[in-house]
Write a protein that binds this ligand. Sequence first.
Ligand SMILES: CC(C)(COP(=O)(O)OP(=O)(O)OC[C@H]1O[C@@H](n2cnc3c(N)ncnc32)[C@H](O)[C@@H]1OP(=O)(O)O)[C@@H](O)C(=O)NCCC(=O)NCCS
Length: 215
Amino acid sequence: MSRPGTSSCRFAAALDVLARRNGSEASGEDCRVGRIGAADGDAARGEQRDETGIMLRVPRGFVVTEVMPGSERLEALLDLADSVLAQARYIVSEIPTAFESHVLGAFDASECVGFLRYIVQVIGSDAGRPPVVHDAVPLTEGFVEAFGVAPGSRRRGIGSALQAGAQERCRALGCHQMRSRSPVTSIENYALKVDAGYVLHPSKENDSYYFLLKL
Ligand SMILES: CC(C)(COP(=O)(O)OP(=O)(O)OC[C@H]1O[C@@H](n2cnc3c(N)ncnc32)[C@H](O)[C@@H]1OP(=O)(O)O)[C@@H](O)C(=O)NCCC(=O)NCCS
């Protein structure tokens, strides 16, 4: 695993894609993302196994996979993210505290029906706090930066599959927790998080709460 703070992931190709779409210059450079490969789990039971060996329960007919910078799938994912609470900007934003950044997409053939971006960072680094060291290692977290499912594909388990994918990857990296923040208007997301066992903590930024889950 990369050491915290040695490099920020700038998700360069994705920035280029967004910049081209917006007709502006991109400034991204180095990026470290891992590749999640084709599913090979027990499809009949709605299971998929990725290249890292993680088994995910995904609704039949859909694939959850990592989306790589510069790919056609990223274009489709950004289009969807644009249409769900204008989240494309959160897919490509630079996050200086992130030492890993990954974008997962849910697909029905080439159609993107869901997206989730998570980063890995040292807990507290985004708030300028010193690391919490446990067993000589700074505690890290997976932070979900963007999340959405196409309106026509909701309530089929796709959002949960994306969340589970991010959680299992972060667990494999040794993260202590998952965290995210969303506005109180995100009623479906609040329902999903509460039903999935997350605890809530009020944020001081606008009308929003943090959601936390111990891994
Ligand atoms: C939040 C969101 C991603 C959920 O995606 P999804 O694919 O519909 O989620 P799932 O099907 O996995 O739902 C899992 C569970 O969450 C809860 N849930 C999800 N949507 C719900 C709703 N509208 N009402 C009540 N419970 C809901 C249920 O417990 C559901 O399980 P069930 O269907 O077996 O009852 C989707 O509603 C969405 O894109 N919302 C708009 C964007 C958003 O709010 N993003 C997050 C904050 S920026």
